[in-house]
Design a binder for this molecule. Structure first.
Ligand code: FAD
Length: 125
């Protein structure tokens, strides 16, 4: 017998995933290298294929076609993701989030880690 969906678990997965994604784009460099930009673009394209909620993944893939990842800077990436999340919010009847409040809402708790960008693209173990 097919397993029933669980709206509570789906919402909890969504909340924690959004938290991670927004925190990640807000830690993206102001002036990324080509490799960093390409890594972020590829991340989102792969993420959209692998997100565990199939309906959500399909929705996200459609949104990516309309609003392709903006990977030129921290500002463009974080505002792009905010707009995308707002599109999901709209489709679910949720309020629009004010994107000028991103910086005051998300804190990775990692301080000013000077190696954040380097670690993100390093191939070292
Ligand atoms: P969430 O939308 O999870 O947001 C969590 C918190 O983030 C909010 O409380 C607010 O503080 C902040 N926030 C809200 N909007 C923004 C924004 N624009 N920018 C920055 N911060 C913001 N659920 C479905 O039922 N159908 C779907 O198709 C679907 N697609 C999804 C696609 C993705 C990629 C993800 C990650 C989740 C998806 N979800 C989907 C889950 C859904 O988006 C919510 O996560 C879930 O419904 C819980 O909603 P919430 O009200 O707790 O707030």
């Amino acid at each position: 017998m097919p397993k029933m969906g669980n709206a509570t678990a789906k919402a909890a997965l969504g909340r924690s995933t959004w938290h991670f994604l927004h925190t990640m784009t807000l830690r993206f460099p102001d002036q990324p290298t080509k490799l960093e930009s390409e890594t972020l673009r590829t991340f989102f394209l792969n993420f959209a294929q692998l997100y565990p909620c199939g309906e959500c993944a399909h929705h996200f893939q459609q949104l990516l076609k309309e609003l392709p990842p903006q990977v030129g800077s921290r500002k463009s990436a974080s505002l792009w993701l905010c707009a995308l999340h707002n599109e999901v919010n709209k489709s679910l009847g949720k309020d629009e989030f004010p994107c000028d409040q991103l910086d005051s809402t998300y804190d990775c708790g990692c301080g000013d880690d000077p190696n954040a960008a380097k670690n993100a693209t390093s191939t070292a173990p």
